[in-house]
Design a binder for this molecule. Sequence first.
Ligand code: SAM
Ligand code: SF4
Length: 474
Amino acid sequence: MNTTLPMNRSADAIDFIDDVALTGLLDVGSPEPQRVRDIIAKSLAKEALTVEETATLLRADDPALAEEIFDAARDLKRRVYGNRIVLFAPLYIGNLCINDCAYCGFRRSNPDAVRRTLNPGEVRRQVEALERAGHKRLILVFGEHARYHAEYIAQTVRTVYDVKVDHGEIRRVNINAAPLEIEDYRIVKDAGIGTYQIFQETYHHETYRRYHPADTRKGDYLYRLDGLSRALQAGCDDVGIGALFGLADWRFEVLGLVSHALFLQRRYGVGPHTISFPRLRPAAGIEFDPRFLVNDEDFKRLIAILRLAVPYTGLILTARENPELRRAVMDFGVSQIDAGSRIEIGGYTEFGDAQVMQREQFTLGDVRPLDEVMGQLLEDGYLPSFCTACYRLGRTGEHFMEFAIPGFIKRYCTPNALTTLMEYLVDYASPATRQKGLTLVQYELDRMPAGKHKEDLQRRLRQIRYSGDRDLYV
Ligand code: SAM
Ligand code: SF4
């Protein structure tokens, strides 16, 4: 065990994952169709499901019932989130790592990994490139290393916020890094972070032990499981959970994620803001058990069932997936995607379109530029959004759940999505994407009832388009 850094769990940390109980819920055969329909109806009434109810949906493998689950997820997504999709990009800061996760190209035992940490000037240049493409929201990604301590993360966040190119700026910085100590979360919170993400990787204890050696920090399952509880105790009330699908039975992981979400909600009065469900990707010299790789059909089911289980939690679909699959599953409940992503350290300026295995954690499935993804989303009738209003106005945590407040989306989210889209169209879009975007903006305006809100929005859209004003959010 690495003893140079503290590892204090919260005083009341508990391991709320009972493998035997969760496996038992999955081992009881196919459910009655009526029971499945009752659970779907509960979810469509926008109530979160219990772990047992989620397990019932997971056992519904009859193709006709699976179709009903897809339809319900589509319906719920449209009703809770509308047609908005929030866009962000990952920025890998450093790949030094003291852990040895068998599935990851950054693991310490990978002799071929080119180790690198961006210096502040290099961070700036990456952010400039991201701003020039039109990004407003980033997630900073770090390996686990003494060098990446809380003050270092906070300083990097401040550097990112400080970079402004023309009309470009980053308005929200999320973090994906190792679990911290309570006082360390306060330091990163003070730098103005959005979501702090930690993926449990696998909730299945035995599998967790297999992939995370006991003599590493990450080998401590409970320290990691408790990681976001400590964040919440420190006042970081915007947290993201996730599982790396492909290590253990995908249905077990879905129950783990739902158990975790319900635990945080019960104990801290606030559930996770987002759930991520990355699928294992090829990476330099990695080891895994191919039996648990998740095929596309099951991947669709897991997204749809997560959507139904936690109606108010954002779902993040990453560029690990290829463009066709991303397009196919978007409608089942995804609310955020990354686009134009590069995950080599320095990849936004240095390596063009090539993916360089020795420099990255794994390979990506979707390397299309942001503008191409925007064009596709617009063609498919989605409203791409770079909105960051809620977190900047302090609308986070237990006092605020945008999706749960009737009328909130229409009143705030759609207008903010439209103004941030207009900024993109004016400042960064190719002519073809601009044309598609302007058509969508007009379509959305036509659907809005006449009145003060609509007039305000039209005024702000004109200011952005013709007067050079920016960042006009409500
Ligand atoms: N080092 C920190 C940690 O492990 O929590 C930060 C995150 S790590 C750089 C980001 C995430 O990438 C991990 O939590 C894991 O889920 C995912 N990941 C690692 N190897 C992967 C692979 N081969 N394919 C897909 N995702 C992978
Ligand atoms: Fe390090 Fe994170 Fe990769 Fe594990 S997943 S080896 S902790 S970077």
